[in-house]
Structures are given as structure tokens and as C-alpha cells.
Design a protein around this ligand. Structure first.
Ligand SMILES: [Cu+2]
Length: 664
């Protein structure tokens, strides 16, 4: 719901003053998830938690209290997972319980019911289940429309922070000595993968990934109140972008693009996560060159290859078979959406019985390879949490594998013709970049106060960690666009690496599949010449860092001003707009396509909107064109593009001069 509201009220949004109601909601949510392993810190909220009865008045629910009764029954029957135990969304029972609470929250008619239930169950349910349910409910409930969720790395720091640093945090608390601890990336320089650990282990990237999966949960059912538009296609696209961006980071660091995972070959890279559960011990380590083993109670490797071949078969046929035996054509623009639903798989899959859940099962199978038969009673692996999955290089192997299945489908679609792509009367005369495309590292500090335990009479001390993160200097893309009439236009900007790791130029067709999406926006062209300037900070595919929980507390206390821009946190961190590049300057082809905005726009007034976020969108997705358009289909003859006046390609270089702005 959030995005549509932002779209509609955009001009007003910047000056919007938070209402007293919104500020109260903001405070409630902060206190609900703050210090999750200890007592509720706010006296009022704590009193609510102690006095609330979820089933006293079933009139407060839109489902007649059915969900609340179910959850209370499980609670009274002692069926719920204990507190102080790890939680994984991929564990069927854990997920079931978290969704019971979500079901209660999403069916509350008013905020008093929402916050009463949340406070009550916070004291009764497993903390991981609780945090998950509250985050997803805040994202999806119209009641919580303006609430800004605090960064997850400060709420459950164990999932984002190395064990060594967590240990130091405990020590600081025990000895009552404030501390600021340096975090490094896992592994050593002996491991070539270490060169790109700054990407997979970035706390902002981890947050992006987990937030996306909360905005588009695979378990989503439209009975919760709204339909998630193009969810399957979004699943493809968000992971495709992670895959091509990871490859661009690899090229920046003189590594080959990641190879795809294959069920009958070794998992080349091992991984030692250096991460510990708050409760449940260390995340399991996997050595190099392990062969896949069947995972007891989850899947056999043979099942995985069977599912895969059914999906590839559907792609080759150009149709899938739904659960009633009906053929659904996928040889069209909609096909990718259906395939995404099938491959993930989500509840939107038309035939989960037959096509299985390739992605979700693969995450568990890969995550369990350290203890496939449960002999050592290890907790789930990093791949079994969206917060931690990208840390393991095999995450990208897994997603390259799935990305190649999607490519197989996209490659079967009829290539666009010149007539499909041109925008009569419009030409791009010039594309230029103002400012050097330069990246650097900077230290970022976040609080670990929620990592350590509270005890009566023991004061909090300031405990934080700082970690190097990739960032880039600001730049502006300048376009000269000529139009023979006033019209609405969509501007799409991509960049792909010019050469592979051996210095061989990518063909247009290879390049376009590896294209990083930099931006997409709408402009109102006037008749004649139009000078368009687009700043890197305005990119529609990225989001700013959400302020720390302390800043959110402070802003809420000060009346809630300045929170609007953080309401939707689903997007790549804006620091990651550019890949790292290198000292010599990594060459990229920067391409701009200007297409018919009236034909593309699914929502009005998009040209006035600089805020719309590309990854998170409830309601109708603003762009009617497929993700990646016009580069999403095979290009057998690049002259089709080169003869277009509304398409332009220039060469740029992305530099990194080894600058690291250290923590002061
Ligand atoms: Cu994912």
C-alpha cells in the first residue's frame, strides 16, 4: 500500500507532517522490537502486554477472531516453539507459528488491537517468530502505513555481525566498558572469494534481501488483503540483478563471473560463516569441494533434478500444466511471472505438486550440506535465512543456476523488432556523465546494544561495531533528448561490463543479459530540445540507509518529522548503485533507452515522482513493460538497437583508487 500512497501524494509528501497517531505507532513499533530478548522497555506498552487478552473481544478482528483463537489455542496447548531458540522461516513449524501471529495482526481492525496483540505475544512467543511476524505485518498492514521499521541489523545483530565482534560486545557489557569494535569480512586473502566478501556480507545488502522477501513473501496469500503484482517476475528480477551485480563486483576484482551450481558436481567454494545464533550455537561451516548429499526429511538430489527437468520441459514446450491439467501458455510477456512463481515457489504457483519449490528447497538442501543427515544436530545454515544467505558465495552459484533457467525461457521469446522498440519523433542526441564514476570504502557504525543480554541492575553501556562498506561519489547523468511534440517518456538506464575477465569484449547479446539496472524514471518531454539531468541520489532502484533505531526513537520523540523517505526500505542500498570498479577503471557500456511513457505507465503522474521505488511496489507495478525492458530478450542482431534514435550507448569507466574513509 505504501508505494501507491507515496505515488499519489508525492509533491506533498516532502512537507507532510506526521500526525500524533503516526508518531504513537512509530514509538509502539520501536519499543515492540527493541531489546527483543529482554523486557519491554516502555511502561505503557508493558502494561498493555500484561493486561491484553487476544480473545476477550472478537469484534476487534476482521476475521471474527478466527486467527487469534487458533494462536491462543496453540499457546494454551503448549505447542508453540519455546523462547530463546533459533528461528528459521524455512522450518515449516516455525513458519506456521510466525504466520499465525501475522494472521492475527493483519486482521486487526484498529491499532489498539494490533499493538495489544503484538505486545501480548511478544511475551509469549519465540523472539525470531515474533520479529518476523511484526515486520511483515508492518509492511503489509494499512494500519502501519507510515511506520518506519528499524534496521534489522540492530534488532537481531547476531544475523549480521561476526561472532568475534559479538563476543567482544558481551564482554563489554559484562565489564561495563563501552566499546566500538572493528568488524572485518570473513576469511583471509588466501581465499579469492574474500575479494568480493564486501558485497555478500554487506549488512545493507543483507537487509535489502530480507526486506524484499518480506515485501514479497513466498507464502503470501491474497486472502490477507491484497494481490502482489508480478511477484514471480519480481522474484526473477531482484535475484537476476543480484547475480549480475555480483559478477560486476567479481570483474572489478579480477575474478571470473560466478559459475552455476550443478547438482552432480562439487560445490566448489566452502564457507565458514563466523556467525553465531543468539541461541543455538554456531552457523555450520562447509568445506571446499563437497559433493551434494540427499538431505534427510527435505529432498533427495534426484528430486531436485527431476523438478528442474520438469521446469525446463515446460520452457521448451512453451506452456506449463496447472494443477487441473490445463495448459497455460508461457511463450509471452506474462510467462516470466508464472515461471517465477513456479521456481521460487510461491503460493501463486499454478502447480506446486508437479513443479515443486526449486528455489526454496535448494536453499535448504544447500544450507544443510554440513550435516545432511542430522547426525550432529547442527542448526540451519546461512542459506536458510534471508538475512544471512548472501554471505555464502554458493548463494550466487545457486542463483546463477536459477537465473540460467530464466534465461532459457527469455531466450525462447521472439526478439523485439525495430518497430517494437522505436519511439517516433524522439531522439537521444547526447548522453554524458558529470562527475567521475568513483567508488570508495567508508566505515559504517551500528549499535550492538540488542546483541547482549539485559539483567536487573546492570546498566547499558554504548556498544557498537564499525564495518567497511562500499560507496560511490555522487554523479549526474545528462541527456539531451529531442522530441517533435510534448509527450511523456520513460527513461531506462543500464550499464554492462564491456569485457570479460580475459579482456574479451562482450557481444551486445552477452552484455545486455549482464546489464545492471541503474535507474528508471518518467519525464514529461516538451517539443524541441530537452536537457535532462538525473542525479545518482535520485535512482529509482535504490534506497537510502534507514536511520539507526536510536535516531528513529529521537525523531519520533521530536514529532516524527523527516521519516517519510524511509517508509519503503525495499531497494538496493544507494551506496551500491555502482559496482566497485578498479584502479585502471573498469569499462562499462552505459545504455539509455527512452520509450513511450504513455504506453508504459500503469499509474498516473509518474513524471512528478522521484520517490517510486523499483523493487517494492504494492498495488499495481508502475511500469507495464517487463523488468529489464528493452534488454530482456535475445538480440540476434544488434543493428536493431544501433539504428534506433531513442537508444544510445556510451563507454564509461568506474574507478576505485583504494580510498578508505576510516572510522574516526
Ligand atoms: Cu532471495
Amino acid at each position: 500500500m505504501k508505494v501507491l500512497v507515496v505515488l499519489g501524494l508525492l509533491a506533498a509528501a516532502a512537507f507532510q507532517v506526521a500526525t500524533a497517531d503516526d508518531v504513537q505507532k512509530q514509538k509502539d513499533i520501536l519499543y515492540l522490537v527493541h531489546k527483543i530478548y529482554g523486557d519491554i522497555q516502555d511502561a505503557d506498552l508493558k502494561a498493555t502486554a500484561n493486561s491484553f487478552d487476544p480473545v476477550a473481544d472478537l469484534g476487534i478482528y476482521s476475521d471474527g477472531g478466527a486467527a487469534a483463537q487458533r494462536l491462543v489455542k496453540d499457546l494454551n496447548d503448549g505447542k508453540l516453539l519455546q523462547q530463546k531458540h533459533w528461528f528459521s522461516l524455512f522450518n515449516t513449524r516455525h513458519r506456521h507459528e510466525a504466520l499465525l501471529l501475522f494472521d492475527v495482526l493483519i486482521h486487526c481492525n484498529d491499532w489498539a488491537g494490533f499493538v495489544g496483540n503484538a505486545a501480548y505475544f511478544r511475551q509469549k512467543m519465540n523472539e525470531g517468530e515474533f520479529v518476523y511476524a511484526v515486520y511483515v505485518a508492518v509492511i503489509h498492514s494499512p494500519l502501519a502505513e507510515h511506520v518506519v521499521l528499524p534496521p534489522l541489523y540492530e534488532i537481531t545483530p547476531h544475523l549480521f555481525t561476526n561472532s568475534e565482534v559479538i563476543e567482544e560486545a558481551y564482554r563489554a557489557k559484562q565489564t561495563q566498558t563501552p566499546g566500538k569494535f572493528k568488524s572485518t569480512f570473513t576469511g583471509t586473502k588466501k581465499n579469492p572469494e574474500q575479494r568480493v566478501a564486501y558485497f555478500g556480507e554487506d549488512i545493507g545488502l543483507n537487509t535489502h534481501h530480507v526486506t524484499w522477501h518480506m515485501e514479497f513473501p513466498f507464502w503470501w496469500d491474497d486472502k490477507y488483503g491484497h494481490h502482489l503484482d508480478r511477484k514471480g517476475e519480481n522474484f526473477f528480477w531482484v535475484h537476476h540483478q543480484l547475480t549480475v551485480r555480483f559478477d560486476a563486483e567479481r570483474l572489478s576484482n579480477y575474478l571470473d563471473p560466478v559459475g552455476e551450481l550443478q547438482w552432480h558436481k562439487e560445490i566448489v567454494e566452502g564457507f565458514a560463516p563466523h556467525t553465531t545464533y543468539k541461541y543455538g550455537g554456531q552457523f555450520p561451516t562447509r568445506p571446499d569441494n563437497v559433493n551434494f548429499e540427499d538431505v534427510d526429511g527435505v529432498a533427495r538430489i534426484r528430486d531436485m533434478t527431476i523438478i528442474e527437468s520438469r521446469i525446463r520441459d515446460a520452457i521448451a514446450h512453451g506452456y506449463i500444466v496447472d494443477s487441473h491439467g490445463k495448459h497455460i501458455d508461457i511463450n509471452n510477456e506474462r510467462g516470466i511471472d508464472i515461471l517465477g512463481d513456479i521456481i521460487e515457489s510461491s503460493l501463486y504457483s499454478p502447480n506446486v505438486q508437479y513443479y515443486g519449490a526449486l528455489h526454496n528447497t535448494a536453499h535448504i538442501v544447500l544450507g544443510r550440506q554440513a550435516d545432511p543427515h542430522g547426525k550432529y544436530d547442527l542448526p540451519p545454515g546461512v542459506l536458510e535465512h534471508f538475512e544471512t544467505a548472501t554471505r555464502d558465495p554458493s548463494f550466487f552459484r545457486l542463483h546463477k543456476y536459477m537465473d540460467n533457467i530464466f534465461k532459457e525461457h527469455k531466450d525462447t521469446l521472439t526478439p523485439y523488432t525495430k518497430a517494437d522498440l522505436e519511439f517516433a519523433g524522439v531522439s537521444i542526441d547526447n548522453v554524458a556523465v558529470e562527475g567521475e564514476l568513483e567508488t570508495y570504502f567508508e566505515d559504517f557504525e551500528y549499535s550492538l546494544i540488542n546483541a547482549v543480554d539485559d539483567a536487573e541492575g546492570i546498566q547499558d553501556v554504548a556498544i557498537s561495531t564499525y564495518v567497511p562498506r562500499l560507496n560511490h561519489k555522487e554523479f549526474t547523468i545528462k541527456l539531451d533528448v529531442k522530441s517533435d511534440a510534448a509527450r511523456l517518456a520513460t527513461v531506462r538506464i543500464f550499464a554492462w561490463p564491456h569485457k570479460d575477465n580475459n579482456g574479451i569484449e562482450y557481444t551486445f547479446d552477452e552484455g545486455r543479459w549482464n546489464a545492471i539496472e541503474l535507474d528508471k524514471f518518467w519525464v514529461s518531454l516538451s517539443s524541441g530540445s530537452n536537457a535532462i539531468e538525473r542525479k545518482s541520489t535520485e535512482s529509482g532502484v535504490t534506497v537510502p540507509d534507514v536511520p539507526s533505531i536510536q535516531t528513529l526513537f529521537d525523531k519520533a520523540a521530536a514529532g516524527g518529522a523527516g521519516l517519510t523517505e524511509y517508509e519503503s526500505a525495499t531497494g538496493l542500498p544507494n551506496r551500491f548503485l555502482l559496482p566497485k570498479g578498479n584502479e585502471q577503471g573498469l569499462e562499462f557500456d552505459l545504455v539509455v533507452a527512452v520509450t513511450d511513457g504513455d504506453a508504459d505507465a500503469a499509474v498516473a503522474d509518474l513524471h512528478q515522482n522521484t520517490d517510486y521505488n523499483h523493487y517494492g511496489a504494492h498495488g499495481v507495478y508502475p511500469d507495464k513493460k517487463p523488468h529489464g525492458y528493452p534488454l530482456d530478450r535475445k538480440v540476434p542482431d544488434e543493428r536493431v538497437f544501433e539504428e534506433l534514435s531513442n537508444f544510445k550507448r556510451i563507454q564509461v569507466k568506474v574507478f576505485n583508487h583504494g580510498v578508505h574513509i576510516e572510522h574516526s
